[in-house]
Design a protein around this ligand. Structure first.
Ligand SMILES: C[S@@+](CC[C@H](N)C(=O)[O-])C[C@H]1O[C@@H](n2cnc3c(N)ncnc32)[C@H](O)[C@@H]1O
Length: 337
């Protein structure tokens, strides 16, 4: 996008690993709980080990996965307007930043406007955070990064100790329709937590995938090349590696379903046969019937009207919505009210 050879970047990067509360859930406790439940479930945050993060980046390149291209198109066209929206210098916070590829567009607009920028990404994937930060720091010598390896809640708590400099507002990004992985009540709870670390007049730019036909949605979560299938199955690889699981990948298949009643795509891992899988470190034997599934992700697709409602419940007002030319995706500027 811009210059590519810059001085060393280490002095502009701070990475803080936020240790979760001792009594809080861990991968092990969440796997135990989820695979002992009826129906079986695993949380999507566990997709993102180093390989899962790389597989997600590959998904973003797939012809069927229109979300990334649609959101990038919006940012390409409107980043300058977004950067000027708060009419004040800002620091940039991002939840679930991944490798921050699309964020470059906003960073570029903010740097052009205010000359320097503090960027504070929060993500559970240390590999994506580190690689993303290194890339951004090489491109933008005006950038300083404080990255938090943390889940949203722990990252937001850590932000409370990092107040914005006097005269600066906070612009928070939550892109990629990642909010769609949360159920309605969880979405509002997270918006309130975000609102809790912002001041009145600060902003949240929220990327939302809009409701559309299953013929477009389903291939986006079940591509012909099988990358999304690998992304989903990698959860079992991770359980095998980190918890001594004995999942045979050939005995499970990736499934994507449109749940019209709830307005969401669901990803599942379906057992191809009746089987029992031991997970050594948990002392657990997990029984599967033939055709039984583990629900691994929901991706809610929202109507435009739901965004304003969700914003209000979360303590924000919706100031502006930009959509891509195809009307598939919406970037929404929410202002803390
Ligand atoms: C769907 S990807 C989106 C990445 C990027 N924002 C984009 O738009 O392409 C979701 C990102 O959120 C991170 N993530 C998922 N659940 C999380 C959680 N509970 N706390 C913090 N980060 C999380 C993942 O590691 C991943 O980088």
């Amino acid at each position: 996008m811009r210059r590519d050879s810059q001085p060393l970047t280490e002095d502009r990067l701070r990475m803080a690993e936020i240790v979760p509360a001792a009594a809080g859930p861990t991968f092990a406790s969440d796997v135990r709980r989820g695979l002992s439940a009826e129906p079986k479930v695993l949380l999507p945050r566990y997709f993102y080990d180093a390989l899962g993060s790389r597989l997600f980046e590959a998904i973003c390149e797939l012809p069927e996965y229109y979300l990334t291209r649609a959101e990038a198109e919006i940012l390409e066209r409107h980043a300058a307007e977004m950067a000027a929206a708060l009419n004040s210098p800002v620091r940039l916070v991002e939840l679930g930043s991944g490798d921050g590829r699309k964020t470059r567009l906003l960073i570029e607009a903010l740097v052009a406007r205010q000359g320097h920028l503090l960027y504070l990404p929060i993500d559970v994937s240390s590999s994506a955070l580190e690689q993303g930060a290194e890339r951004l720091l090489h491109v933008f010598p005006e950038l300083t990064v404080t990255a938090f390896v943390a889940d949203y809640q722990a990252g937001l708590r850590a932000l409370r100790n990092e107040p914005a400099a006097p005269g600066y507002r906070t612009l928070t990004l939550f892109l990629g329709s990642t909010i769609g992985n949360l159920d309605p009540a969880e979405r509002v709870a997270l918006l309130r937590e975000i609102r809790g670390v912002l001041r009145t007049g600060d902003a949240l730019l929220l990327g939302v995938d809009l409701r559309k036909g299953a013929s477009v949605l389903l291939p986006a979560y079940d591509d012909a090349l099988g990358v999304t299938a690998a992304f989903n199955l990698n959860l079992l690889v991770r359980i095998n590696r980190e918890l001594g699981g004995a999942f045979d990948l050939a005995a499970f298949r990736h499934r994507a379903r449109w749940n019209g009643e709830l307005g969401r795509i669901e990803m599942h891992l379906e057992s191809r046969r009746e089987q029992t899988v031991p997970i050594r470190d948990l002392g657990l034997e997990v029984r599967f019937a033939a055709g039984e599934t583990i629900h691994t992700e929901s991706s809610y697709k929202l109507e435009a009207a739901q965004v304003a409602e969700m914003a209000a419940e979360g303590g924000f007002s919706l100031r502006k919505t930009w959509t891509d030319r195809g009307g598939r995706f919406a970037a929404n500027l929410l202002i803390g009210s």
